[in-house]
Design a protein. Sequence first.
Length: 257
Amino acid sequence: MHLDAIDLKDFYASPLGGVVRRLLGARLRARWSNLQGMSLFGLGFAVPYLAAFRADACPVGALMPAELGVISWPREGDCLSVLVDETELPLPDECADRLLLVHMLEWSERSRALLRELWRVLAPNGRLLIIVPNRRGLWARVDSTPFGHGRPFSRSQITKLLKDAMFSPEEWQYALYMPPFSWRVLLKWPVFWERLGLVLWPAFSGVILVEATKQIYAALPVKEVRTRSRRVVPVPAGVTPSTATAETPPARRTDSA
């Protein structure tokens, strides 16, 4: 059982959720520093991280699956969020320059079909960035945060899933080393805990960030089939042309002929 959009909204409105938004948002901005004129779509519950790109990317859209529900986003201006079927996105082929998948893959029961649909809408030179709970991390074992629900992943599991869907993992990052508790000592120095965890226990992060590209294979030309020339067979005397076949041997030359 997974959370819905209201639960996720309440989490990011809490002090711990605000820290998570700042830490992961900083990683995303460092990864995608310039999206001027590019199209950006977030699938799952990506609204806490899409706001930072609204000034650069165009268009920007929040695609929320029916299993999670939908909330209106942003608060002011035109609504940029829409309820979708995760395997039938209302987007044309190769229209997205950047795709952000967060709070989605670990809850999806059709993960391969989901990734194949993302492959369809991603531009040939586009980028897909996925944020999933780390199977080794503490955040996947505590259900007080959204990262404690659904299926956590290891690096090898994500790699296999992406390759099966014709994606190539390019860049890996690990984040959320602080314990998943709303303790004041943790919330006051989150950057310190991130740096400490990166040095002391780098493999035990709360989440894994992977950026992937789309695999495109060149089409093989269809080989021309050479047509065999037909052999003209003489029709023997007494045989009508309708009954003559290519297997009928030619008439032998006789002395009387």
